[in-house]
Ligand binder design. Structure first.
Ligand SMILES: [Zn+2]
Length: 242
């Protein structure tokens, strides 16, 4: 059975509290805990890092990932199955990535709003992130306009909310962007009443997302667009900082 991704219950996804858990197994790839609130890398967002504390010892873990279970890569061999640990997530890194992630939503939505651009890829970083935007007519794109549009929504301090919605609610809401794509995600989940975690930024964005976010937009601070690279096929790769 796949492990529950507890980070999904956490909104805003900042300042994650330390938690206690028991080591369930240790594999070549990492430590699996009885329960984990760590964000596993995915969707362009890097995973959490942090420290296990146990009996006065500390064990740093690297970037958390997930397949069927959430893996915490630890190099030290002193941990034992059954051992209880305090897991302390690197808060500064998580908060920076939640801010970057929230900024990415705004950029993606405003580029779609103004030019009908579709976000076809993104990779977030603590200090710099990038996003690939595919345009119908790439010549219309102007990085300064995108930056101004995005900062308009930052300055509005729009609320960021999480919803658990079913197919009907999602597919009948005109604010949901790229609904054909969203429907494919719903189909993939399957079952009689699949639910999706929808992220809403009041007035500008509504889309499915499993990442970590702020509770409103103003703490993101100024979004600055840097390099813009031509990726061919109507696509630009834009780099941004906050
Ligand atoms: Zn998101």
């Amino acid at each position: 059975m796949s492990q529950t991704r507890r980070h999904l219950e956490h909104h805003p996804g900042i300042n994650p509290a330390p938690f206690k858990a028991t080591i369930e197994s240790i594999t070549d790839e990492g430590v699996i805990l009885s329960d984990s609130w760590c964000y596993p890398k995915g969707g362009g967002q890097p995973g959490d890092t942090g420290i296990f504390q146990s009996d006065g010892e500390e064990f740093r873990f690297g970037e958390v990932s997930a397949s069927s279970h959430i893996l915490h890569p630890v190099s030290s061999g002193n941990l034992q199955v059954g051992q209880e640990v305090d897991c302390v997530i690197d808060v500064e890194r998580r908060n920076a990535l939640a801010s970057m992630h929230s900024a990415a939503h705004i950029l993606s939505a405003t580029a779609n709003e103004r030019w009908g651009a579709i976000t076809v890829g993104n990779q977030l970083g603590v200090t710099e992130s990038r996003m690939d935007l595919k345009f119908e007519n790439r010549d219309e794109f102007d990085a300064n306009i995108l930056q101004d549009d995005a900062n308009h929504w930052v300055n509005k301090d729009a609320e960021i909310m999480i919803h658990e919605w079913g197919r009907k609610q999602i597919m009948t809401d005109d604010r949901v962007r790229n609904r054909r794509f969203v429907e494919r995600i719903i189909d993939r989940i399957g079952g009689s009443d699949p639910r999706l975690r929808m992220v809403e930024i009041e007035g500008i964005d509504l889309c499915p997302c499993a990442g970590t976010h702020l509770s409103s937009t103003s703490p993101i601070g100024d979004i600055t667009i840097g390099r813009v690279q031509n990726k061919g096929k109507g696509t630009f790769r834009i780099y941004f900082e906050i």
